[in-house]
Design a protein around this ligand. Structure first.
Ligand code: GTP
Ligand code: MG
Length: 344
């Protein structure tokens, strides 16, 4: 279970690990990272599936477009991950359920497997599996904000390669430890990515800039929300290079931030501003409905949206114990790259 035997860990304590010591573990973390990233072959298969879906869909809705979003498009996907697709249709007033049901029909008659329309879900989708590649896919309709936030995440990953390493390892940790499941009251992958970007924005020297605070080169309005940020990231290739911290150091500091330094009572992390803002300023100081705001992660575009809203008084304890366990392992364990990912 989630219980951490801190007594035992403490008795094994020797000296504090230094920055230099921890960096000797970097190659191990890098090889874990490499074993988790998808191969070119997998990427190619995903592209093929998208193209064949496009062909089917254009026949029925000539003006529609398909966009990839989520981990298959934001560069933070591990291998054999499912793909998230957004069908963009702008036919004035549309009936999403009707479109999803028609879409399911079309896909079924094209011999795709396990086709299922979930019209009542929070985000209504059609699920399917491609028998040729074994890839599963969710298709939603007009979720353009997700396509735009996927672009923001991908643009951040193009600035410094340590972001991708950090996210893929943190997601692997969260999945291994059972704290990456919004249905169980823990955090989404999207929330973990925002935590990692925020963390690298606050390193000194900074490893990532704040793209939404720079002169915008990309602007769209989606559902009444203005999304604007600097997206010419090829100009920021050297932004983080003054900071020489290794992936091992960053992991160690990331977990220790969430274990010991984050002010859960007062602070909201905000990728949009590149810093910390107060719960007070967002009026997130008390529970409203089901939003408890026990760990606050501001969505970069939907500003009223706290990605920590799913966390309750039980799961906040589980999360914080897991951050502490991870921080202790990074600090003291003789074999951190093994213990960190032990199944819970
Ligand atoms: P894995 O599937 O776990 O590898 O990660 P993922 O990157 O696909 O993340 P997740 O399944 O959590 O979310 C998929 C995408 O949906 C994200 O990249 C976001 O674009 C979008 N998304 C997820 N949750 C939210 C949310 O609460 N608010 C908004 N605006 N978008 C979200
Ligand atoms: Mg996903």
């Amino acid at each position: 279970g989630h219980h951490v035997s801190s007594q035992r860990m403490r008795s094994r304590r020797r000296e504090l690990r230094t920055r230099h010591d921890i960096t000797s573990f970097a190659p191990q973390f890098i090889s874990i990272y490499e074993s988790l990233t998808p191969s070119e072959g997998e990427k190619e298969k995903q592209k093929q599936l998208l193209q064949s879906l496009e062909k089917l869909i254009i026949k029925e809705w000539p003006n529609a477009q398909l966009h990839l979003y989520g981990s298959c498009a934001n560069s933070f996907g591990a291998s054999s991950c499912d793909i998230d697709v957004c069908l963009a249709i702008s036919d004035g007033e549309i009936d999403k359920s009707k479109i999803l049901l028609r879409l399911a029909e079309i896909l079924q008659s094209d011999n795709l497997q396990d086709v299922q329309a979930l019209t009542r879900a929070r985000v209504p989708i059609v699920k399917l599996k491609d028998p040729a590649t074994g890839i599963s896919c969710d298709i939603c309709i007009n979720n353009i904000l997700a396509v735009v936030n996927t672009k923001l995440l991908r643009n951040y990953s193009q600035i410094d390669h340590r972001l991708r390493q950090l996210v893929i390892i943190v997601k692997h940790w969260a999945k291994s430890r059972g704290v990456n499941d919004t249905y169980q009251g823990t955090l989404s992958s999207y929330a973990y990515v925002l935590m990692c970007i925020h963390f690298l924005q606050l390193r000194r020297p900074a490893i990532l800039p704040c793209l939404q605070e720079m002169q915008p080169t990309y602007m769209v309005t989606v559902d009444g929300i203005e999304c604007a940020f600097f997206d010419q990231v090829q100009k920021l290739q050297h932004f983080g290079s003054v900071n020489r911290e290794s992936i091992a150091e960053l992991l160690w500091a990331f977990f220790s931030y969430w274990a010991y330094h984050h002010d859960y009572a007062n602070d909201v992390i905000s990728v949009r501003t590149g810093g910390i803002i107060s719960k007070q300023s967002k009026d997130w100081t008390r529970r409203i409905g089901n939003d408890r705001h026990l760990i606050c992660i501001e969505d970069p575009f939907e500003l009223s949206h706290d990605l920590g809203r799913v966390v309750d008084k039980f799961t906040i304890k589980i999360l914080r114990e897991e951050f502490e366990r991870a921080a202790e392992i990074m600090q003291y364990d003789p074999n951190p790259s093994v213990r960190l990912f032990e199944p819970y």
